[in-house]
Design a protein around this ligand. Structure first.
Ligand code: KIV
Ligand code: ZN
Length: 512
């Protein structure tokens, strides 16, 4: 069996430090429950001394969550550590995470006051002592104490080794080597972890943890370099959220270790099929969207679009997928239909929709598909159904718009008058609405006597400039049937009326 790498999740602490976000204690508890489902080894729940809310979040999570260790952050300041101790008093497995700046830049920049010493050398002596004292104090509250040497990525290695050794002697069980500013590059960071293992005499009494930031987009690569060189705890956040450019994305680190176990030769205990759910929850609660191209949890992570890829993927999934979507909790891979998808992709989707076309019909449908795909980013299933209806079963025009007049303005009640040709002649009617589109739809409903409802409305410009053509797409629903209607005009209200009538014509001649 390979060695285990523990997973330390700091979504609720470092992740929540992402600009413009704030979680309440109840929201944090909800996320913590999901992190426990994911089987992370440690949840860093917050920084209790920073606010009463954070204190409460740590207290509640410590009391409610039983699986993972619950960790609280502090500076090397007695009042911070005491706050951690109190907040974690009822935790099943408490851990205190304390530490101090280790780089010359941090020491001279953050400890400018002369009470820390006049020269850099004097300050370094004081800081070292503060590190020792903080670990000793933290050990009075918890048996599990993690020490962080802040900005280790830019620290003088000799001083860093001395600090780590002293922290372990003072009782630290885990030593965290943060690349706080995301400055390191993988080879160098890996070499630093290796040097710590070789040069710190008591290192076998502690676990080395890696904590990397993404300022140069290297957080995951640096974390993995740390693992290759002996780190046995990885720190990160879901979706890679965090201060500035964020932290190492845990889902990426874990899936790299798992997918390339042949290379890393270690494992984690995470239940990866919980990744998708966890990612969604964190994104929703913090209001930070996951980019579609994000590895593992992005909306496009298991989507295929270009003809060559779709063709290969449909023949043999492994040609273009190194992970199975279900392994990370995504139901299935997706073929996104675009102008580049190709005939094979189209035929496969049509088959899934229940249409088996012969070669000639497929070619015909493909030409229409290309015409639509050239105008849209993605062709949806409803578009395909509309194409097939049009191409092979043109919809008779039960209703035809003959005349439309709109009265609307900033202080006027929007009113629409319409004349529609129906089977037995023409009908005219008027209606008021919440807006001009609403008034038009109501007027058309009135003259056609339909009970159809507008279920979705979308507008986009087909061309640019003030004379742009507007394309309106609607979904119209009646008695459990839902169809797509489309209308194009330089006047968006007219485009809306045409789209609505198109939808009503399809409902009146519903064939599928
Ligand atoms: O990035 C960092 O150095 C940190 C420490 C507080 C662990 O987040
Ligand atoms: Zn950090």
């Amino acid at each position: 069996m390979s060695e285990k790498v523990a997973v330390f999740d700091t979504t609720l602490r470092d992740g929540e430090q992402a600009a413009g976000t704030r979680l309440g204690s109840r929201e944090k508890v909800l996320i913590a429950h999901q992190l426990a489902q994911l089987h992370v080894d440690v949840i860093e729940a917050g920084y209790p001394a920073s606010s009463p809310d954070d204190f409460e979040a740590v207290r509640l999570i410590g009391r409610e969550i039983t699986g993972p260790a619950i960790c609280a952050l502090s500076r090397a300041v007695p009042s911070d550590i005491e706050a951690c101790g109190k907040a974690l008093a009822k935790a099943h497995r408490p851990r205190i995470h304390t530490g101090i700046g280790a780089s010359d830049i941090h020491i001279t920049g953050k400890f400018q006051d002369e009470r820390y010493g006049k020269t850099l050398a004097e300050k370094k002596v004081t800081i070292l002592q503060m590190a020792i004292d903080s670990v000793k104090l933290a050990r009075q509250y918890a048996d599990d104490v993690e020490f962080y040497a802040e900005d280790a990525g830019r620290a003088d290695p000799g001083y860093l080794f001395e600090m780590i050794q002293a922290a372990i002697d003072a009782g630290a069980t885990v030593v965290n080597i943060p690349d706080t500013t995301g400055y390191a590059v993988p080879e160098q960071y890996g070499a630093l972890i290796r040097a710590i293992r070789e040069k710190v005499p008591n290192i076998d009494r502690a676990t080395i943890s890696v904590h990397c930031h993404d300022d140069l987009g290297l957080a995951v690569a640096n974390t993995l370099a740390g693992v290759l060189n002996g780190a046995r705890q990885v720190e990160g956040t879901m979706n890679g959220i965090g201060e500035r450019a964020g932290n190492a994305a845990l889902e990426e680190v874990v899936m790299a270790i798992r997918t390339r176990s042949d290379y890393f030769k270690v494992h984690t205990d995470l239940i990866a099929s919980e990744f998708h759910r966890t990612s969604r929850l964190v994104s929703d609660m913090l209001g930070i969207q996951v980019p579609p191209n994000k590895a593992v949890v992005g909306g496009n992570a298991f989507s295929h679009s270009s003809g060559i890829h779709v063709d290969g993927f449909l023949k043999e999934r492994e040609t273009y997928e190194i992970m199975r979507p279900e392994d990370v909790g995504v139901t299935e891979s997706r073929v996104v239909l675009t102008a580049r998808t190709g005939r094979h992709g189209l035929r496969d989707r049509l088959k899934k929709l229940g249409y088996s076309l012969g070669i000639q019909e497929l070619n015909q449908a493909y030409q229409r598909f290309l015409a639509v795909a050239d105008k849209k980013q993605e062709v949806f299933d409803e578009d395909l159904v509309a194409i097939l209806q049009d191409e092979f079963h043109p919809v008779p025009e039960t209703y035809q718009l003959e005349y439309l007049h709109i009265y609307s303005g900033t202080s006027a009640i929007p009113t629409a008058t319409v004349r529609v040709r129906v089977k037995d002649g023409t009908r005219e009617g008027a209606a008021i609405g919440d807006g001009p589109v609403d008034a038009v739809c109501k007027a058309i409903s009135g003259v056609t006597g339909t009970s159809a409802k507008l279920a979705r409305y979308e507008i986009r410009s087909v061309t640019s400039g003030t004379e742009a053509l507007g394309e309106v797409t609607v979904q119209v629903e009646e008695a459990g049937r839902r169809v797509l209607g489309r209308g194009v005009s330089t006047d968006v209200i007219e485009a809306s009326a045409k789209a609505y009538i198109d939808g009503l014509n399809k409902l009146a001649n519903f064939t599928r």
